[in-house]
Ligand binder design. Structure first.
Ligand code: PBG
Length: 322
């Protein structure tokens, strides 16, 4: 049936009806808030390129998470700024390392909280690369060992999900085996499966002090021109035991999210990364856009594309806007 019998505007006239036929609704339950934890007490170092976000010491982190949990944002992705870095990231495999301390404190003080640990070495290595350097490049198989030890330590201190973001080959399988051998066969893995080498991570690298000291991440993160390769990455991670797969960044990769949703029967997460957040904040500060409407539209489009879980720095504001 076509025009004039069919008139799609009929369903758009009444706001109540418009709501009833809305296909995609964002809720607090979809959102994950990233947090940066640093050593010390009563430390709050604002991250200038990411307005509203700070590196927080454990005491302040607990306060802020408590406030957000009370508003209905219950899931957090944790990143750490360590006391000191080393060559391999081994500092992050100890149960008293910075993120581990944060997990213990958050779990002790907040009942209804869900914690995801990002597993990577770039915040913990002196050179800022995601793994162990041999002859000027990241050695894949050596790196798997530190990553799995990091995951195991997070499991021991009570994290709810481990999320490898390093893009080494075989890391999900290695981690799954290590967890299983150590009685953590119920620890879920959220794999950053299709993680692109992206300029959108710029502000994050200030926040996490994790910019590489030489070269870039193009030898391990994906080429943003590729879509078929993302499907291979996802298929391999599922085969190796991933429970949830992630596409990152989100906005320039909505086609990848949709393709993954159509091709695989597995929950999908999307990471609305730092650069995507900071662009919105900068334009809003200049009065060029309506921030609240833009953020809603962005998050709705990420969910509409097929994402079940959205990791976003806008979660803090959304807690007040939803
Ligand atoms: C660690 C990691 C990065 C991000 C999440 N985990 C940075 C990177 O790969 O350089 C980026 C997140 C963001 O930009 O918000 N490897």
């Amino acid at each position: 049936m076509s025009f004039p019998v069919t008139r799609l505007r009929r369903l758009r006239k009444n706001p109540i009806l418009r709501k009833m036929v809305t296909e995609t609704v964002i809720s607090r339950d979809d959102l994950v808030m990233p947090m940066f934890v640093c050593p010390g007490t009563k430390v709050k170092n604002p991250i200038h390129s990411m307005p509203g976000n700070s590196q927080l010491s454990v005491d302040y982190l607990v306060e802020e998470c408590k406030m957000l949990v009370d508003k209905g944002i219950k899931a957090f992705l944790l990143f750490g700024i360590p006391d000191h870095k080393d060559e391999t990231g081994e500092v992050a495999t100890h149960d008293d390392a910075i993120v581990q301390r944060a997990i213990k404190a958050l779990k002790k003080d907040i009942k209804d909280i869900f914690l995801i640990a990002d597993i990577c070495n770039c915040e913990y290595t002196t050179h800022g690369h995601c793994g162990t350097i041999v002859n000027g490049d990241v050695d894949n198989d050596l790196t798997l060992e530190t990553l799995s030890q990091q995951a195991l330590s997070f499991a021991r201190v009570g994290v709810d999900i481990v999320a490898p973001s390093d893009m080494m080959d075989g890391r999900v399988g290695h981690m799954r085996q290590t967890l299983d051998k150590n009685d953590f066969s119920y620890m879920p893995i959220l794999a950053y499966s299709a993680k692109y080498a992206s300029a959108f991570y710029g502000p994050f690298r200030d926040a996490a002090e994790s910019a590489p000291k030489f070269g870039d991440r193009a030898s391990y993160q994906m080429n943003s021109a590729n879509s078929d390769e993302a499907m291979r990455e996802i298929a391999l991670d599922i085969e190796e035991g991933a429970d949830i797969v992630m596409v990152k960044p989100a906005l320039s990769y909505l086609d990848i999210i949709r393709r993954a949703k159509d091709e695989f029967n597995i929950p999908i997460a999307a990471y609305n990364v730092s650069g995507e957040f900071s662009m919105v904040k900068a334009a809003a500060e200049k009065g060029w856009i309506d921030e609240k409407r833009i953020v809603r539209e962005i998050l709705t489009s990420i969910k509409r594309a097929g994402s079940d879980i959205i990791i976003t720095y806008h979660a803090r504001d959304m807690a007040n806007w939803l």
